[in-house]
Design a protein around this ligand. Sequence first.
Ligand code: UDX
Length: 455
Amino acid sequence: MQQEAVQRNGGRLLLIPFPLQGHINPMLHLAQILHSKGFSITIIHTTFNAPNPSNYPHFTFCSIQQPLSQTQDFLDFLLDLNVKCTTPFHDCVTKILSQEPVACLISDAICYFTQDVADTLRLPRIVLRTGALSSFLAFAAFPLLRQKGYIPIQDCKLEEEVTELPPLRVKDLPMIKTEEPEKYYELLHRVVNTTKNSLGVIWNSFEELESSALKTLSQEFSIPMFLIGPFHDYFSASSSSCSSLILQDQSCISWLDKHTPNSVVYVSFGSVAEITETDFLEMAWGLANTNHPFLWVVRPGLIKGSKGLEHIPSGLMDNLEGRGLIVKWAPQQEILAHSAVGAFWTHNGWNSTLESICEGVPMLCMPCLSDQKVNARYVSHVWRVGLQLEKGVERGEIERAIRKLMDDNVEGKEIRDRALKLKEEAKLCLEKGGSSCSSLEALVTYISSFTFQAS
Ligand code: UDX
Protein backbone atom coordinates (compact mmCIF):
# COMPACT_ATOMS: atom_id res chain seq x y z
CA MET A 1 0.00 0.00 0.00
CA GLN A 2 1.35 3.40 -0.99
CA GLN A 3 1.44 5.98 1.78
CA GLU A 4 -0.83 8.44 0.02
CA ALA A 5 -0.57 12.15 0.76
CA VAL A 6 -3.85 12.12 2.67
CA GLN A 7 -4.96 14.98 4.83
CA ARG A 8 -5.27 13.74 8.43
CA ASN A 9 -8.82 14.92 8.94
CA GLY A 10 -10.49 11.67 9.96
CA GLY A 11 -9.74 12.09 13.67
CA ARG A 12 -7.57 10.06 16.01
CA LEU A 13 -8.08 6.34 16.53
CA LEU A 14 -6.72 4.34 19.46
CA LEU A 15 -5.87 0.75 18.58
CA ILE A 16 -4.97 -1.94 21.10
CA PRO A 17 -3.67 -5.29 19.81
CA PHE A 18 -3.61 -8.49 21.83
CA PRO A 19 0.14 -9.08 22.26
CA LEU A 20 0.74 -12.24 20.24
CA GLN A 21 2.10 -12.37 16.68
CA GLY A 22 -1.11 -13.67 15.10
CA HIS A 23 -3.01 -10.69 16.55
CA ILE A 24 -0.36 -7.97 16.25
CA ASN A 25 0.02 -8.52 12.48
CA PRO A 26 -3.62 -7.89 11.55
CA MET A 27 -4.02 -4.98 14.02
CA LEU A 28 -0.99 -3.15 12.60
CA HIS A 29 -2.19 -3.83 9.07
CA LEU A 30 -5.57 -2.38 10.00
CA ALA A 31 -3.82 0.67 11.48
CA GLN A 32 -2.00 1.23 8.17
CA ILE A 33 -5.20 0.79 6.17
CA LEU A 34 -7.08 3.34 8.31
CA HIS A 35 -4.11 5.72 8.30
CA SER A 36 -4.23 5.70 4.49
CA LYS A 37 -7.86 6.81 4.81
CA GLY A 38 -6.92 9.96 6.72
CA PHE A 39 -7.11 8.86 10.36
CA SER A 40 -4.35 9.57 12.88
CA ILE A 41 -3.24 6.44 14.70
CA THR A 42 -2.18 5.76 18.27
CA ILE A 43 -1.19 2.18 19.11
CA ILE A 44 -1.58 1.31 22.79
CA HIS A 45 0.48 -1.79 23.50
CA THR A 46 1.84 -3.86 26.36
CA THR A 47 5.56 -3.77 27.11
CA PHE A 48 5.45 -7.53 26.54
CA ASN A 49 5.82 -8.31 22.80
CA ALA A 50 5.89 -4.59 21.98
CA PRO A 51 5.86 -3.67 18.28
CA ASN A 52 8.83 -1.75 16.88
CA PRO A 53 7.80 1.94 16.61
CA SER A 54 10.64 2.71 14.19
CA ASN A 55 8.84 0.63 11.54
CA TYR A 56 5.84 2.97 11.82
CA PRO A 57 7.16 6.56 12.04
CA HIS A 58 3.71 7.94 11.18
CA PHE A 59 2.01 6.36 14.24
CA THR A 60 2.11 7.36 17.91
CA PHE A 61 2.89 4.53 20.34
CA CYS A 62 1.89 4.41 24.02
CA SER A 63 3.10 1.54 26.11
CA ILE A 64 1.30 0.25 29.17
CA GLN A 65 3.47 -1.35 31.84
CA GLN A 66 2.38 -4.70 33.23
CA PRO A 67 4.20 -7.80 34.48
CA LEU A 68 3.17 -10.33 31.79
CA SER A 69 5.04 -13.35 30.58
CA GLN A 70 4.09 -15.94 27.98
CA THR A 71 5.86 -18.67 29.92
CA GLN A 72 2.73 -19.23 32.01
CA ASP A 73 -0.17 -21.45 30.90
CA PHE A 74 -1.79 -19.98 27.74
CA LEU A 75 -5.24 -19.65 29.29
CA ASP A 76 -3.86 -18.04 32.45
CA PHE A 77 -1.93 -15.64 30.22
CA LEU A 78 -5.15 -14.53 28.49
CA LEU A 79 -7.03 -14.08 31.75
CA ASP A 80 -4.13 -12.40 33.52
CA LEU A 81 -3.73 -9.88 30.72
CA ASN A 82 -7.37 -8.87 30.97
CA VAL A 83 -6.97 -8.18 34.69
CA LYS A 84 -3.53 -6.58 34.79
CA CYS A 85 -3.99 -4.25 31.84
CA THR A 86 -7.22 -2.62 33.00
CA THR A 87 -5.82 0.14 35.24
CA PRO A 88 -2.77 1.08 33.11
CA PHE A 89 -5.01 1.13 30.02
CA HIS A 90 -7.57 3.34 31.75
CA ASP A 91 -4.83 5.76 32.85
CA CYS A 92 -3.26 5.81 29.40
CA VAL A 93 -6.54 6.54 27.60
CA THR A 94 -7.52 9.18 30.17
CA LYS A 95 -4.22 10.97 29.53
CA ILE A 96 -4.69 10.85 25.75
CA LEU A 97 -8.26 12.15 26.04
CA SER A 98 -7.05 15.07 28.16
CA GLN A 99 -4.78 16.11 25.28
CA GLU A 100 -6.98 15.70 22.20
CA PRO A 101 -10.36 14.34 21.06
CA VAL A 102 -10.48 10.73 19.96
CA ALA A 103 -12.91 9.31 17.39
CA CYS A 104 -12.94 5.76 18.72
CA LEU A 105 -11.12 2.82 20.20
CA ILE A 106 -10.47 -0.30 18.13
CA SER A 107 -9.77 -3.21 20.44
CA ASP A 108 -8.79 -6.80 19.73
CA ALA A 109 -11.81 -8.90 20.75
CA ILE A 110 -9.67 -10.87 23.21
CA CYS A 111 -8.90 -7.68 25.16
CA TYR A 112 -12.38 -7.69 26.66
CA PHE A 113 -11.21 -5.51 29.56
CA THR A 114 -11.34 -2.52 27.19
CA GLN A 115 -15.16 -2.55 27.17
CA ASP A 116 -15.54 -1.34 30.79
CA VAL A 117 -12.85 1.29 30.35
CA ALA A 118 -14.45 2.57 27.13
CA ASP A 119 -17.87 2.67 28.82
CA THR A 120 -16.50 4.59 31.81
CA LEU A 121 -14.77 7.11 29.57
CA ARG A 122 -17.70 7.24 27.10
CA LEU A 123 -15.38 6.31 24.28
CA PRO A 124 -16.95 4.55 21.25
CA ARG A 125 -15.47 1.05 20.99
CA ILE A 126 -15.23 -1.10 17.87
CA VAL A 127 -13.79 -4.60 17.95
CA LEU A 128 -11.29 -6.19 15.61
CA ARG A 129 -11.77 -9.94 15.51
CA THR A 130 -8.58 -11.30 13.98
CA GLY A 131 -9.98 -14.78 13.32
CA ALA A 132 -12.63 -16.10 10.93
CA LEU A 133 -16.37 -15.52 11.27
CA SER A 134 -16.94 -19.28 11.12
CA SER A 135 -14.80 -19.96 14.19
CA PHE A 136 -16.40 -17.05 16.04
CA LEU A 137 -19.80 -18.62 15.39
CA ALA A 138 -18.54 -21.77 17.10
CA PHE A 139 -17.25 -19.74 20.08
CA ALA A 140 -20.59 -17.95 20.33
CA ALA A 141 -22.38 -21.32 20.30
CA PHE A 142 -20.54 -22.67 23.39
CA PRO A 143 -23.49 -22.24 25.80
CA LEU A 144 -25.73 -24.18 23.37
CA LEU A 145 -23.05 -26.81 22.73
CA ARG A 146 -22.71 -27.36 26.47
CA GLN A 147 -26.45 -27.53 26.91
CA LYS A 148 -26.69 -30.14 24.12
CA GLY A 149 -23.89 -32.21 25.64
CA TYR A 150 -21.27 -31.82 22.88
CA ILE A 151 -19.03 -30.11 25.45
CA PRO A 152 -17.20 -31.31 27.50
CA ILE A 153 -15.98 -33.45 24.62
CA GLN A 154 -16.12 -37.20 25.10
CA ASP A 155 -13.52 -39.25 23.26
CA CYS A 156 -16.14 -41.72 22.00
CA LYS A 157 -18.02 -38.92 20.22
CA LEU A 158 -15.15 -37.20 18.38
CA GLU A 159 -16.38 -38.16 14.90
CA GLU A 160 -20.01 -37.19 15.60
CA GLU A 161 -21.40 -34.31 13.55
CA VAL A 162 -22.37 -31.09 15.29
CA THR A 163 -25.67 -30.64 13.50
CA GLU A 164 -26.01 -27.03 14.69
CA LEU A 165 -22.68 -26.04 13.08
CA PRO A 166 -22.20 -27.96 9.82
CA PRO A 167 -19.74 -29.22 8.65
CA LEU A 168 -18.06 -29.36 12.06
CA ARG A 169 -17.61 -32.62 13.91
CA VAL A 170 -17.14 -32.76 17.66
CA LYS A 171 -13.37 -32.98 17.17
CA ASP A 172 -13.41 -29.74 15.15
CA LEU A 173 -14.82 -27.65 18.01
CA PRO A 174 -12.40 -24.88 19.05
CA MET A 175 -11.19 -26.35 22.34
CA ILE A 176 -7.86 -25.96 24.07
CA LYS A 177 -6.15 -28.44 26.38
CA THR A 178 -6.76 -27.30 29.93
CA GLU A 179 -7.32 -28.72 33.38
CA GLU A 180 -9.74 -25.86 34.04
CA PRO A 181 -12.31 -25.80 31.21
CA GLU A 182 -14.67 -23.52 33.20
CA LYS A 183 -12.05 -20.77 32.92
CA TYR A 184 -11.99 -21.21 29.14
CA TYR A 185 -15.81 -21.06 28.88
CA GLU A 186 -15.81 -17.89 30.99
CA LEU A 187 -13.15 -16.31 28.76
CA LEU A 188 -15.16 -17.09 25.62
CA HIS A 189 -18.34 -15.79 27.23
CA ARG A 190 -16.62 -12.48 27.96
CA VAL A 191 -15.06 -12.19 24.51
CA VAL A 192 -18.36 -12.93 22.77
CA ASN A 193 -20.42 -10.64 25.03
CA THR A 194 -18.10 -7.65 24.86
CA THR A 195 -18.00 -8.08 21.09
CA LYS A 196 -21.80 -8.14 20.99
CA ASN A 197 -21.87 -4.98 23.14
CA SER A 198 -19.41 -3.11 20.94
CA LEU A 199 -20.44 -0.65 18.25
CA GLY A 200 -19.29 -2.90 15.42
CA VAL A 201 -16.90 -5.66 14.39
CA ILE A 202 -14.10 -5.47 11.85
CA TRP A 203 -13.12 -8.83 10.33
CA ASN A 204 -9.98 -9.87 8.51
CA SER A 205 -12.03 -11.87 6.05
CA PHE A 206 -14.11 -11.30 2.94
CA GLU A 207 -17.77 -11.78 2.17
CA GLU A 208 -17.38 -14.28 -0.67
CA LEU A 209 -15.40 -16.57 1.65
CA GLU A 210 -17.77 -16.52 4.62
CA SER A 211 -21.17 -15.44 3.36
CA SER A 212 -23.06 -18.11 5.26
CA ALA A 213 -21.35 -17.36 8.60
CA LEU A 214 -21.92 -13.65 8.00
CA LYS A 215 -25.63 -14.23 7.49
CA THR A 216 -25.95 -16.19 10.72
CA LEU A 217 -23.83 -13.79 12.77
CA SER A 218 -25.70 -10.77 11.46
CA GLN A 219 -28.91 -12.35 12.74
CA GLU A 220 -27.39 -13.01 16.18
CA PHE A 221 -25.50 -9.71 16.54
CA SER A 222 -27.40 -6.50 15.94
CA ILE A 223 -24.27 -4.44 15.27
CA PRO A 224 -22.57 -3.54 11.97
CA MET A 225 -20.05 -6.02 10.57
CA PHE A 226 -17.21 -4.85 8.34
CA LEU A 227 -15.45 -7.59 6.35
CA ILE A 228 -12.55 -5.65 4.89
CA GLY A 229 -9.89 -8.35 4.51
CA PRO A 230 -7.59 -9.84 3.52
CA PHE A 231 -5.61 -7.13 5.34
CA HIS A 232 -2.15 -8.27 4.25
CA ASP A 233 -3.15 -8.04 0.58
CA TYR A 234 -3.33 -4.24 0.83
CA PHE A 235 0.49 -4.38 1.00
CA SER A 236 3.33 -5.96 -0.93
CA ALA A 237 4.52 -9.25 0.62
CA SER A 238 7.92 -7.81 1.55
CA SER A 239 6.55 -4.63 3.14
CA SER A 240 3.97 -6.33 5.31
CA SER A 241 6.52 -7.95 7.60
CA CYS A 242 7.23 -4.82 9.73
CA SER A 243 5.18 -6.24 12.60
CA SER A 244 7.21 -9.46 12.92
CA LEU A 245 8.40 -9.93 16.50
CA ILE A 246 11.17 -12.31 15.42
CA LEU A 247 13.78 -11.57 12.76
CA GLN A 248 12.76 -13.29 9.53
CA ASP A 249 15.49 -15.38 7.90
CA GLN A 250 15.65 -14.02 4.35
CA SER A 251 18.00 -16.78 3.16
CA CYS A 252 14.87 -18.85 2.38
CA ILE A 253 14.08 -16.70 -0.63
CA SER A 254 17.36 -17.31 -2.46
CA TRP A 255 17.03 -21.01 -1.57
CA LEU A 256 13.50 -21.04 -3.06
CA ASP A 257 14.78 -19.25 -6.18
CA LYS A 258 16.77 -22.41 -7.01
CA HIS A 259 13.67 -24.59 -7.16
CA THR A 260 11.18 -25.29 -9.94
CA PRO A 261 7.59 -24.01 -9.72
CA ASN A 262 5.25 -25.76 -7.26
CA SER A 263 7.95 -28.20 -6.11
CA VAL A 264 8.54 -27.12 -2.48
CA VAL A 265 6.50 -27.94 0.65
CA TYR A 266 6.48 -25.02 3.10
CA VAL A 267 5.92 -26.08 6.73
CA SER A 268 5.08 -23.70 9.57
CA PHE A 269 2.94 -23.82 12.69
CA GLY A 270 2.80 -20.14 13.58
CA SER A 271 3.83 -18.51 16.81
CA VAL A 272 2.16 -20.46 19.64
CA ALA A 273 1.50 -24.08 18.62
CA GLU A 274 3.57 -26.84 20.23
CA ILE A 275 4.18 -30.39 19.01
CA THR A 276 5.64 -33.42 20.76
CA GLU A 277 9.06 -34.80 19.96
CA THR A 278 7.42 -37.97 18.60
CA ASP A 279 5.26 -35.96 16.17
CA PHE A 280 8.27 -33.89 15.17
CA LEU A 281 10.20 -37.04 14.20
CA GLU A 282 7.25 -38.44 12.22
CA MET A 283 6.99 -35.11 10.41
CA ALA A 284 10.70 -35.13 9.61
CA TRP A 285 10.54 -38.65 8.15
CA GLY A 286 7.27 -38.00 6.35
CA LEU A 287 8.76 -34.94 4.67
CA ALA A 288 12.00 -36.71 3.81
CA ASN A 289 10.15 -39.65 2.26
CA THR A 290 8.08 -37.54 -0.18
CA ASN A 291 11.19 -36.64 -2.18
CA HIS A 292 9.87 -33.07 -2.44
CA PRO A 293 12.13 -30.25 -1.24
CA PHE A 294 10.85 -28.65 1.96
CA LEU A 295 11.28 -25.41 3.86
CA TRP A 296 10.44 -25.86 7.53
CA VAL A 297 10.05 -23.20 10.22
CA VAL A 298 11.13 -24.68 13.55
CA ARG A 299 10.91 -21.75 15.95
CA PRO A 300 12.30 -22.10 19.47
CA GLY A 301 9.49 -23.57 21.58
CA LEU A 302 7.76 -25.45 18.74
CA ILE A 303 8.91 -28.81 20.10
CA LYS A 304 7.66 -29.23 23.66
CA GLY A 305 10.49 -29.13 26.16
CA SER A 306 13.13 -28.19 23.61
CA LYS A 307 14.76 -24.93 22.58
CA GLY A 308 16.12 -25.89 19.20
CA LEU A 309 16.79 -28.64 16.74
CA GLU A 310 18.44 -31.26 18.96
CA HIS A 311 15.69 -33.75 18.03
CA ILE A 312 16.43 -33.79 14.30
CA PRO A 313 17.41 -37.40 13.54
CA SER A 314 21.17 -37.57 13.08
CA GLY A 315 22.00 -37.92 9.42
CA LEU A 316 18.54 -36.96 8.16
CA MET A 317 19.51 -33.52 6.90
CA ASP A 318 22.85 -34.80 5.52
CA ASN A 319 21.08 -37.51 3.51
CA LEU A 320 18.73 -34.94 2.00
CA GLU A 321 21.60 -33.29 0.12
CA GLY A 322 20.16 -29.79 0.43
CA ARG A 323 16.58 -30.89 -0.24
CA GLY A 324 15.43 -29.57 3.15
CA LEU A 325 15.99 -26.16 4.72
CA ILE A 326 15.10 -25.48 8.36
CA VAL A 327 14.88 -21.91 9.68
CA LYS A 328 13.77 -20.37 12.99
CA TRP A 329 11.38 -17.79 11.52
CA ALA A 330 10.66 -16.94 7.91
CA PRO A 331 9.21 -14.20 5.71
CA GLN A 332 6.01 -16.24 5.38
CA GLN A 333 4.06 -14.01 3.03
CA GLU A 334 6.97 -13.78 0.58
CA ILE A 335 7.37 -17.54 0.76
CA LEU A 336 3.71 -18.26 0.03
CA ALA A 337 3.88 -15.82 -2.89
CA HIS A 338 6.97 -17.58 -4.31
CA SER A 339 6.33 -19.68 -7.43
CA ALA A 340 8.46 -22.57 -6.07
CA VAL A 341 6.00 -23.28 -3.23
CA GLY A 342 3.47 -25.99 -4.11
CA ALA A 343 1.87 -26.72 -0.73
CA PHE A 344 1.67 -25.32 2.79
CA TRP A 345 1.66 -27.69 5.75
CA THR A 346 0.02 -25.48 8.37
CA HIS A 347 -1.53 -25.41 11.83
CA ASN A 348 -4.30 -23.25 10.29
CA GLY A 349 -3.92 -20.15 12.42
CA TRP A 350 -6.27 -17.71 10.69
CA ASN A 351 -3.50 -15.49 9.33
CA SER A 352 -1.66 -18.44 7.83
CA THR A 353 -4.89 -19.83 6.38
CA LEU A 354 -5.83 -16.52 4.79
CA GLU A 355 -2.30 -15.86 3.51
CA SER A 356 -2.33 -19.28 1.84
CA ILE A 357 -5.78 -18.72 0.32
CA CYS A 358 -4.61 -15.39 -1.12
CA GLU A 359 -1.67 -17.03 -2.86
CA GLY A 360 -3.64 -20.03 -4.11
CA VAL A 361 -1.40 -22.46 -2.21
CA PRO A 362 -3.15 -25.75 -1.29
CA MET A 363 -2.90 -26.67 2.39
CA LEU A 364 -2.08 -29.74 4.41
CA CYS A 365 -3.96 -29.04 7.64
CA MET A 366 -2.77 -30.04 11.09
CA PRO A 367 -4.65 -27.86 13.59
CA CYS A 368 -3.36 -27.80 17.16
CA LEU A 369 -5.83 -25.78 19.20
CA SER A 370 -8.82 -23.48 19.33
CA ASP A 371 -9.98 -21.75 16.12
CA GLN A 372 -7.35 -23.65 14.09
CA LYS A 373 -9.60 -26.74 14.22
CA VAL A 374 -12.55 -24.89 12.69
CA ASN A 375 -10.34 -23.26 10.06
CA ALA A 376 -8.90 -26.64 9.06
CA ARG A 377 -12.37 -28.14 8.63
CA TYR A 378 -13.43 -25.22 6.42
CA VAL A 379 -10.26 -25.51 4.33
CA SER A 380 -10.81 -29.22 3.71
CA HIS A 381 -14.62 -29.43 3.56
CA VAL A 382 -16.09 -26.02 2.67
CA TRP A 383 -13.55 -24.27 0.47
CA ARG A 384 -11.94 -27.64 -0.36
CA VAL A 385 -8.50 -26.16 -0.96
CA GLY A 386 -6.62 -28.59 1.25
CA LEU A 387 -6.52 -31.92 3.05
CA GLN A 388 -6.53 -32.55 6.77
CA LEU A 389 -4.30 -35.13 8.47
CA GLU A 390 -7.05 -37.10 10.17
CA LYS A 391 -5.25 -40.06 11.69
CA GLY A 392 -2.66 -38.40 13.85
CA VAL A 393 0.87 -37.60 12.81
CA GLU A 394 2.25 -40.66 11.03
CA ARG A 395 4.97 -40.62 8.37
CA GLY A 396 3.08 -42.84 5.89
CA GLU A 397 -0.06 -40.68 6.01
CA ILE A 398 2.02 -37.51 5.74
CA GLU A 399 3.78 -38.81 2.65
CA ARG A 400 0.49 -39.86 1.02
CA ALA A 401 -1.18 -36.53 1.77
CA ILE A 402 1.70 -34.44 0.42
CA ARG A 403 1.88 -36.58 -2.73
CA LYS A 404 -1.88 -36.18 -3.21
CA LEU A 405 -1.61 -32.39 -2.92
CA MET A 406 1.46 -31.97 -5.11
CA ASP A 407 1.78 -34.86 -7.55
CA ASP A 408 -0.15 -35.59 -10.73
CA ASN A 409 -3.56 -37.02 -9.70
CA VAL A 410 -7.22 -36.08 -10.13
CA GLU A 411 -8.02 -35.15 -6.50
CA GLY A 412 -4.86 -33.06 -6.16
CA LYS A 413 -5.55 -31.25 -9.41
CA GLU A 414 -9.09 -30.39 -8.32
CA ILE A 415 -7.81 -29.01 -5.01
CA ARG A 416 -5.13 -26.96 -6.79
CA ASP A 417 -7.66 -25.61 -9.30
CA ARG A 418 -10.06 -24.57 -6.53
CA ALA A 419 -7.20 -22.88 -4.65
CA LEU A 420 -6.36 -20.79 -7.73
CA LYS A 421 -10.00 -19.84 -8.19
CA LEU A 422 -10.32 -18.74 -4.56
CA LYS A 423 -7.13 -16.69 -4.93
CA GLU A 424 -8.81 -14.76 -7.76
CA GLU A 425 -11.91 -14.11 -5.62
CA ALA A 426 -9.69 -12.80 -2.83
CA LYS A 427 -8.03 -10.39 -5.26
CA LEU A 428 -11.34 -9.13 -6.67
CA CYS A 429 -12.84 -8.21 -3.29
CA LEU A 430 -10.19 -5.53 -2.74
CA GLU A 431 -10.71 -3.91 -6.12
CA LYS A 432 -12.96 -0.89 -6.56
CA GLY A 433 -16.56 -2.07 -6.20
CA GLY A 434 -15.39 -5.32 -4.58
CA SER A 435 -17.00 -6.43 -1.30
CA SER A 436 -14.08 -5.56 1.03
CA CYS A 437 -13.35 -2.30 -0.73
CA SER A 438 -16.99 -1.22 -0.29
CA SER A 439 -17.06 -2.43 3.31
CA LEU A 440 -13.94 -0.36 4.06
CA GLU A 441 -15.63 2.73 2.66
CA ALA A 442 -18.62 2.00 4.90
CA LEU A 443 -16.32 1.57 7.91
CA VAL A 444 -14.60 4.91 7.23
CA THR A 445 -17.98 6.65 7.03
CA TYR A 446 -19.10 4.92 10.21
CA ILE A 447 -16.00 5.88 12.20
CA SER A 448 -16.18 9.43 10.84
CA SER A 449 -19.63 9.77 12.39
CA PHE A 450 -17.97 9.23 15.80
CA THR A 451 -15.36 11.85 14.91
CA PHE A 452 -18.13 14.32 14.39
CA GLN A 453 -19.54 13.60 17.86
CA ALA A 454 -16.15 13.76 19.53
CA SER A 455 -15.04 17.12 18.17
C1 UDX B 1 -2.61 -17.25 16.87
C2 UDX B 1 -3.48 -18.49 16.96
O1 UDX B 1 -2.70 -19.64 17.12
C3 UDX B 1 -4.37 -18.63 15.77
O2 UDX B 1 -5.15 -19.79 15.90
C4 UDX B 1 -5.26 -17.44 15.66
O3 UDX B 1 -6.08 -17.57 14.51
C5 UDX B 1 -4.40 -16.19 15.60
O4 UDX B 1 -3.52 -16.14 16.70
P1 UDX B 1 -0.51 -18.02 15.30
O5 UDX B 1 -0.53 -19.37 15.87
O6 UDX B 1 0.73 -17.27 15.42
O7 UDX B 1 -1.75 -17.13 15.78
O8 UDX B 1 -0.85 -18.26 13.74
P2 UDX B 1 -1.30 -17.33 12.56
O9 UDX B 1 -2.66 -16.79 12.78
O10 UDX B 1 -1.13 -18.15 11.35
O11 UDX B 1 -0.29 -16.11 12.55
C6 UDX B 1 1.08 -16.25 12.37
C7 UDX B 1 1.62 -15.05 11.66
O12 UDX B 1 3.04 -15.09 11.74
C8 UDX B 1 1.26 -15.01 10.18
O13 UDX B 1 0.91 -13.69 9.80
C9 UDX B 1 2.53 -15.45 9.48
O14 UDX B 1 2.74 -14.85 8.21
C10 UDX B 1 3.60 -15.00 10.45
N1 UDX B 1 4.78 -15.88 10.39
C11 UDX B 1 4.68 -17.20 10.69
C12 UDX B 1 5.97 -15.35 9.97
O15 UDX B 1 6.07 -14.15 9.67
N2 UDX B 1 7.04 -16.17 9.91
C13 UDX B 1 7.01 -17.49 10.21
O16 UDX B 1 8.03 -18.16 10.12
C14 UDX B 1 5.77 -18.03 10.62
